[in-house]
Design a binder for this molecule. Sequence first.
Ligand code: CP
Length: 309
Amino acid sequence: MTNPFFNRDVISIREFSKSDLEYLFKTADQIQTLQPNRRSSLADGRLLGVMFFEPSTRTRLSFEAAMLSIGGQTISIIEPKTSSTEKGENLHDTVKTVESYVDLIVLRHRMEGAARYAAQVAEKPVINGGSGSEEHPTQAMLDIYTILKERGTISDLKIALVGDLKYGRTVYSLLYGLANFNPRVFLVSPPELRLREEALSDLEGKINLSQHTDLEEIVSDLDVIYMTRIQKERFPDLVEYEKVRGTYVIDNQLLSKGREDLMVLHPLPRTTEIKPEVDSTPHAKYFNQTIYGKTVRAALISLILNKEI
Ligand code: CP
């Protein structure tokens, strides 16, 4: 199979097939086995432009760590106030400028459509590092990779996506990605934070979905809980946020009602939705996700930059 990522933008996970994702995961495994000098030749002399107009810890640092691990380097705008955006420069001119210095760009932006717009403007590949509440495709890639590494398969697994299904961009990318792998998905949220209608109709017939409000009622049936943070910053009215704050909390008491091998994932950051007591249980896999994030992103950058590895 030819490399499906070579020189491509990564804006939505919907643009990649099951075999594309499997190609990425196989490459991630393969890169781990390379001799250090071979691994660090994958991006030798190449530069990643990191443009983050929203806060981030994992996505930004794992992209940077991934690029360094394969021999590349990075330059960044991570504090928009110190870039010419503060003087009124538009996204078009900022992207054109950054791409003149780098080989590829990763962009995080609060606006839906910003990553796609940047990809249209730029001749160099653009990776969407999170666009408003729309998508976060590389998070879904690492989420799926995590489940496959921890469980070996996704087919027929019972996976609950819990919390803020309205504004959480990771949820949308994950659902579109999971649709390739035949799991059963339980959508668990307060009525106010249900999955957006357009996604429900997009996914109809592509994935087995059911909607719920009570996590405790279904926990004994689940293989995976994918917990999400209520996205306070995306609520147009904080009164609405206060109504749903703290709706779901995972603690050891809840997990005692689940299967012994129930896996808890979270894209992070968390606030109060997973109690720290869960961290030391075998259920907690959310810090494994952060490790897999670097691995998958290193593979993705390598495939975008190199026709063959
Ligand atoms: N999962 C995720 O996107 O985390 P950050 O916001 O810290 O990048």
